[in-house]
Unconditional design. Structure first.
Lengths: 380, 273
């Protein structure tokens, strides 16, 4: 399961697993769920061969608990699930955000609500990735649209988790996870791999939550001689519970600022046919593939249309999206939900641009023809 | 100051703001003392101990002690413990939980940790009530008891935590009361030594809530109740079943040998690589 730089036929799930291995993931805990089970099965073979740990837990709550435990033990760790399991994980996503434990959670979206359409695609967890967990906290969410991006964004998700000491969610969908396609993966040497900041001071000088100036405290692993306390309670710089208002505000502010200070580095997108575009399609995940096809078809008809494919979903790329909103007459947001990301687009729009939603909730992907029709309406 | 107090002070965190959160007459401090003495006797270094808790009064235990300490979510201490143990197999991982924490919200993790036989020591402080939230019925609250959430008497029957984990496959199960603090210390020591999922159930008084509901209004009364109702497992074996039913059976209830998850995992790694 190593990355070779050769052309290979890969399912999105396999690409994700290869990405995780390349990023240094050595712990996987999970629970079977369609359509994310392939990731778990691949991991059950790959982890022991890589000298890592695979464990099937009793449920998704336990899975993310074990992942956080392993990360506190010093390993890069992940889990994968789908809607119902992702709902169960929310409590621990909140814990990981509060205790600042790096971890990666893959959510392969399927139709909902509830058990919904287990084998059909959807994009209905967009808001759950952002607001599913209790308490006010920042979160990082990336969305692949192809097997290659599933590899690439899984590597980057681990890097973000380590860099910001934060839970990071890879928001995929059933189509991206199950589609087999020809992929050229980068060779391992060319990959940039980041590791969490480690303390360099002696243990007696170490305060596990003291801001070193970057907003991200160095993180020792349990058992390395730095004995410290980790809690989901609001805590002071030593990790001890506090209810003092000054300490509470300091912690909360740092949690937000450590990511918001880098918003300019977190504008991850691809832009197609930007030149002269009067209409821009803003899409993500598998729908971005349909959108690209639709935009190509439109350009063949000499229609001035471009595509903005979002790879970073949260934090929402306000700066980038605003640029396209100000240069376009209309923006179309096709989504396999009733309009989740389009709410964000509308929020940052400030009335300058016409926003058209295109929603599909019948368990099927939005076709290029549907998007093309919407483009033609927008230009009419 | 006696030697015992000196020993405790070697393990308390000097940087932690005191006093602690527990009510006067609470048994958790006695468990803390027994745990520290057991760890001290085991010869383990502070760096090699990971002490994990869930939520509730027992959840506040680790923060006072100078180990690698982790205060997790309600009921999930064992899931975090599993991850840490597998990431760092050489560390001694000890989880401290309450009865609601371990057997209600965390019941699934408890039985699966026992089944999996992961090398973790679980100390379950059973005060038969939810103390932190104000005295609601827990999974070990006796039938008929009036509590904050069963004002007309509890309609449900309690778990026997030790029997539950035995049935789920735990290779070491012991029970003590906090009144028998010395026995408790020895049992915790044996549980820490044991390879595999080892459980020590500790019957502990919650004077503030359980005492109020049962009419035992002082810590002394609750301690006397423990003293008068506890019998050793050896004695229980010679007594008629009906007489044992309402007693607290203490001592080592299960001690068998079984391969641990970690040993099986290490074998797997050797085989596939």
């Amino acid at each position: 399961m190593q990355t070779t730089g050769e052309r290979v036929l890969l399912q999105g799930s396999e690409a994700c697993v290869r990405g995780a291995l390349a990023a240094g993931c050595r712990f996987y805990a999970g629970y079977p769920i369609t359509p994310a089970t392939e990731i778990m099965e691949q991991m059950s073979r790959a982890m022991p061969k890589a000298g890592g740990v695979f464990i099937q837990m009793e449920d998704e709550i336990a899975s993310l608990g074990a992942v956080i435990g392993a990360s506190l033990g010093g390993l890069k760790a992940m889990t994968a699930t789908s809607g119902p399991g992702f709902s169960l994980m929310q409590e621990h996503i909140s814990f990981a955000a509060m205790a600042e434990v790096p971890c990666v959670i893959v959510d392969v979206m399927r139709g909902g609500p509830s058990t919904g359409l287990p084998t059909r695609p959807s994009q209905s967890d967009v808001m759950q990735t952002r607001w599913g967990a209790h308490g006010d906290h920042p979160i990082l969410v990336v969305a692949p649209s192809s097997a290659y991006e599933f590899f690439d964004l899984t590597v980057k998700a681990f890097n973000l988790a380590e860099r910001y000491r934060s839970p990071v969610i890879v928001m995929a969908d059933e189509i991206v996870a199950h589609t087999r396609e020809s992929v050229v993966l980068p060779s391992l040497e060319t990959l940039e791999i980041e590791d969490r900041p480690k303390p360099t001071m002696p243990p007696e000088w170490y305060s596990p939550y003291r801001d070193p100036g970057t907003g991200i405290p160095p993180m020792a692993a349990f058992g390395e001689g730095y004995r410290f306390h980790v809690t989901g309670l609001t805590h002071d710089i030593n990790g001890y519970p506090t209810e003092r208002q000054d300490e509470t505000e300091e912690l909360m502010t740092r949690l937000f600022n450590k990511i918001s200070k880098d918003f300019h580095l977190l504008q991850w997108y691809d832009s197609y046919y930007e030149e002269g575009a009067e209409v821009t399609v803003i899409a993500y995940g598998s729908v971005a593939r349909s959108a690209l096809k639709a935009v190509k078809m439109a350009r063949e008809k000499n229609l001035p249309v471009g595509l903005l494919k979002l790879k970073m979903i949260w934090p929402f790329m306000r700066r980038t999206v605003m640029r396209y909103l100000s240069s376009s007459r209309a923006v179309i947001v096709p989504e396999m939900n009733m309009g989740q990301l389009s709410r964000e687009v509308k929020r940052v729009n400030q009335g300058t641009c016409q926003i058209r939603t295109l929603n599909r909730i019948d368990g099927a992907i939005i076709s290029p023809a549907q998007i093309l029709a919407s483009i033609e309406e927008a230009l009419a | 100051m006696s030697d015992e107090q000196h020993l405790i002070h070697r393990y308390l965190r000097s940087s932690k703001r005191f006093p602690h959160v527990w009510c006067p007459g609470c048994g958790i401090g006695i468990v803390l003392g027994a745990l520290v003495r057991a760890i001290d006797a085991s010869g383990c270094s502070k760096n090699d101990i990971v002490l994990i808790s869930g939520i509730g009064c027992s959840g506040r235990l680790p923060v006072y002690l100078d180990f690698n300490t982790l205060h997790t979510t309600h009921g999930r201490a064992l899931t975090f413990a599993t991850g840490i143990k597998l990431a760092k197999p050489n560390l001694k991982v000890i989880a401290v939980m309450g009865d609601g924490d371990a057997a209600s919200i965390g019941g699934n993790h408890l039985i699966h940790s026992a089944r999996r036989n992961i090398d973790i020591t679980a100390i379950i402080i059973n005060n038969q009530i939810y103390g932190m939230t104000g005295g609601q019925a827990s999974p070990t609250t006796p039938f008929g008891l009036h509590t904050a959430s069963s004002p007309f008497g509890h309609l449900e029957h309690p778990f026997d935590i030790s029997k539950l984990v035995e049935a789920a496959g735990a290779p070491f199960v012991a029970r003590s009361t906090v009144y028998h603090a010395r026995v408790l210390e020895k049992l915790i020591g044996r549980a820490i030594e044991k390879k595999g999922f080892s459980v020590v159930e500790v019957i502990s008084p919650c004077v503030t809530h359980y005492g109020k509901m049962t009419g035992m209004n002082s810590p002394v009364e609750m301690m006397q109740w423990q003293r008068d109702n506890a019998i050793t497992v050896e004695k229980a074996r010679e007594m008629p079943v009906d007489e044992v039913k309402n007693k607290i059976v203490t001592g080592v209830l299960v001690d068998i040998e079984k391969p641990t998850f970690h040993e099986e995992h290490a074998r797997l790694l050797r085989e596939v690589r």
